[in-house]
Design a protein around this ligand. Structure first.
Ligand SMILES: Nc1ncnc2c1ncn2[C@@H]1O[C@H](COP(=O)(O)OP(=O)(O)O)[C@@H](O)[C@H]1O
Ligand SMILES: [Mg+2]
Length: 250
C-alpha cells in the first residue's frame, strides 16, 4: 500500500500576493539578476461568460526557478498552463514569454518550441501508433538528425524505466505507461522550461519516485502542478496557489 500522503496543499490566502511580483517590470532584471521567462499580468479567462476561471491573475517565473502550482480541483491550474503556451487566449491581460508580448498564434510557435507542456491527460499528447515515433516527433520537428534522435529516444525511455518500449503501441499502454511516454516526449525535446500538469497521476509509488528523481536532477526551469505535497516539496522551492481565480504566493 502506498505510504505517501495525497493531501492537497492548503491555500494560505492573504499571504504575500503574487501581485507584488507582477509589479516587477520584465525589462528590469529580477532580484536574481535574470529576466523573467514567463510573465502573466492581470489575466482573466472564462470558458463560459457566466463562470470566470481566472480573474486578474499575475505570475512571474524566472530562470532556474522550480515552482509548485497547487489549488483546488477545478481551480484553473490546467487552464493557466494552456494560456502560457497559447492553447487558450485570455479575455483580458498580458502574456509575456521570453521578454515578448504574445497575442497571436504565430507568437506562440516559438513558445511551444522552448516550453514543454506535459498535458494532464496523456491521451491529449500521444498521436503516433508507436512509442518511438511519438517520443521522436518533437526532436525531429526541431530539426535534430535522425541518428541522434534515435539515440535520444532510447536513452530517455530507459531513464524512465521504459527500455524496450520503442515498438509498443501507444494506445494499448496503461494510463501510467502513457503518462511516462508523454513525459519522455516532452523531455526529449530538451525545452528550456517544463510545465508539468500532474506528472505523478496514475503512477505507482516506485515509478513516481523514479520520475521524482529525474525531475529533481533536471536543470530546467519548472512549473509543476501536483496534489502530492511531499513529492512536490522535493522538486519545488516556491509554491503558488490558484484559488478564487487568482494566484497567491505560499
Ligand atoms: N473546455 C472547457 N469548457 C468549459 N469549461 C471548462 C473547460 N475546461 C475546463 N473547464 C472548467 O474550467 C474550470 C477550471 O478547469 P481546470 O483548469 O481544468 O482546473 P484544474 O486544472 O485546477 O483542476 C473547471 O470548472 C472546469 O470544469
Ligand atoms: Mg488540471
Amino acid at each position: 500500500m502506498a505510504s505517501h500522503q495525497e493531501t492537497c496543499f492548503p491555500c494560505r490566502q492573504g499571504d504575500r500576493s503574487a501581485t507584488v511580483i507582477a509589479l516587477m517590470d520584465t525589462s528590469t532584471p529580477s532580484p536574481s539578476g535574470d529576466r523573467p521567462l514567463i510573465r502573466l499580468e492581470e489575466i482573466s479567462f472564462a470558458y463560459e461568460p457566466a463562470r470566470p476561471v481566472l480573474c486578474g491573475c499575475n505570475f512571474v517565473l524566472c530562470p532556474r526557478e522550480r515552482v509548485g502550482l497547487v489549488g483546488p480541483t477545478g481551480g484553473g491550474k490546467t487552464t493557466l498552463l494552456h494560456l502560457i503556451v497559447g492553447l487558450l487566449r485570455p479575455s483580458t491581460g498580458r502574456v509575456e514569454i521570453f521578454g515578448k508580448l504574445r497575442t497571436k498564434e504565430d507568437d506562440f510557435l516559438e513558445v511551444r518550441r522552448r516550453i514543454g507542456l506535459l498535458f494532464q491527460d496523456a491521451d491529449d499528447q500521444l498521436f503516433f501508433p508507436t512509442v518511438a515515433d511519438d517520443v521522436a516527433f518533437g526532436p525531429l520537428n526541431l530539426g535534430k538528425p535522425k541518428d541522434q534522435v534515435r539515440q535520444l529516444v532510447r536513452e530517455t525511455l530507459a531513464e524512465l524505466g521504459l527500455a524496450g518500449y520503442e515498438e509498443r503501441i501507444t494506445y494499448r499502454l496503461s494510463g501510467g505507461e502513457k503518462r511516462l511516454v508523454a513525459l519522455a516526449g516532452v523531455l526529449a525535446m530538451q525545452p528550456e522550461v517544463l510545465l508539468l500538469d500532474e506528472p505523478f497521476a496514475g503512477l505507482d509509488e516506485q515509478t513516481a519516485r523514479r520520475v521524482l528523481d529525474i525531475l529533481a536532477r533536471l536543470p530546467q526551469t519548472l512549473l509543476v502542478v501536483s496534489h502530492h505535497q511531499d513529492w512536490l516539496r522535493q522538486i519545488a522551492s516556491r509554491f503558488v496557489c490558484l484559488h478564487g481565480g487568482k494566484l497567491h504566493e505560499q
